[in-house]
Ligand binder design. Structure first.
Ligand code: KIV
Length: 277
């Protein structure tokens, strides 16, 4: 397997090949994701929903993220590992943003961070980039703004809203983001942004014209069936087979069929004799 990809490697893919990104949250999901050789693995704050069972990402803390980043980093050897900065870990100012972004590299073992927002977070992006930490921007449906948006709603649907997204994207690229996530917006808006910025765009629910795509691990594998966004394609439906496997185990335990001879170790007969003496 080739060397681990860096932020400049990802940036250099724009216009050359489509970027493949996927989320992962721990050692097991990191091993599966990395074995498929995506370019980028994101420890997303979507872990709030798919791992922690929260209704949204707002309750995810820095400690949650760092714990999951560390676990995932032990597995990921090929892709660039990016850590998602959680709600309120960068909003209070540049100093807070730089210190918390630094923790992702020092304690979470990621090699870049992602944060949500447009021009409102430019000072934070500039400060983090100036500290030598690569940043992925994220605009469109930014789930940390779910309360303000009034739900998980696609963005950029009017000409005015699309113009704002375009200007946000340009400003984030100028501020030093090496890539931009475009979430849940009309394909035409994502295509215009992709043309307008010199850095790669990685879409989720933003159509086929972005420079790359990202999907949530549990969505892609059909492991999370409580909420499946319209833009998700399930490449497998593993929730049902997983339940069936656990059910089969429970049934065998109940009728005494598990563990069987193959899963059972007997004692050396001489030792057994000594034991019964
Ligand atoms: O948290 C996450 O998984 C994300 C991706 C959906 C882009 O931000």
């Amino acid at each position: 397997m080739s060397k681990q990809l860096t932020a400049p490697d990802i940036q250099a893919l724009k216009g050359r090949e489509k970027i493949v990104a996927v989320t992962a949250y721990d050692y097991a999901t990191g091993c599966i994701a990395d074995a498929a050789e995506p370019d980028l693995v994101l420890v997303g704050d979507s872990l709030g929903m798919v791992v922690m069972g929260l209704p949204d990402t707002l309750g995810v803390t820095m400690e949650d993220m760092l714990h999951h980043c560390r676990c995932t980093a032990r597995a990921v050897r090929h892709a660039l590992l990016v850590g998602d900065m959680p709600f309120l870990s960068y909003h209070a100012g540049v100093e807070q943003a730089v210190l918390n972004a630094g923790r992702f590299l020092k304690e979470g073992n990621t090699r870049a961070v992602k944060l949500e927002g447009g021009r409102a977070v430019l000072p934070q992006v500039r400060g983090i980039v100036a500290s030598g930490i690569p940043v992925v921007g994220h605009i469109g449906l930014t789930p940390q703004h779910v309360a303000g948006f009034g739900g998980f709603k696609a963005q950029g649907k009017t000409a005015e809203a699309a113009r704002i997204l375009l200007e946000d994207a340009r400003a984030l690229a100028d501020a030093g983001c090496f890539a931009l996530t475009l979430e849940a917006m009309p394909r035409e808006v994502a295509a215009r942004i992709t043309e307008a910025v010199p850095v790669p765009t990685i879409g989720i629910g933003a159509g086929p014209d972005t420079d790359g795509q990202v999907l949530v691990f549990h969505d892609l594998l059909g492991l999370f069936d409580r909420f499946v966004p319209k833009f998700v394609k399930q490449y497998a439906q593993l929730f049902g087979p997983a339940v069936e496997a656990v059910r089969a185990y429970a049934e065998e335990v109940r009728r005494g069929a598990f563990p069987g001879p193959e899963q059972t170790t007997g004692m050396d007969p001489k030792e057994l004799e000594r034991l019964t003496d």
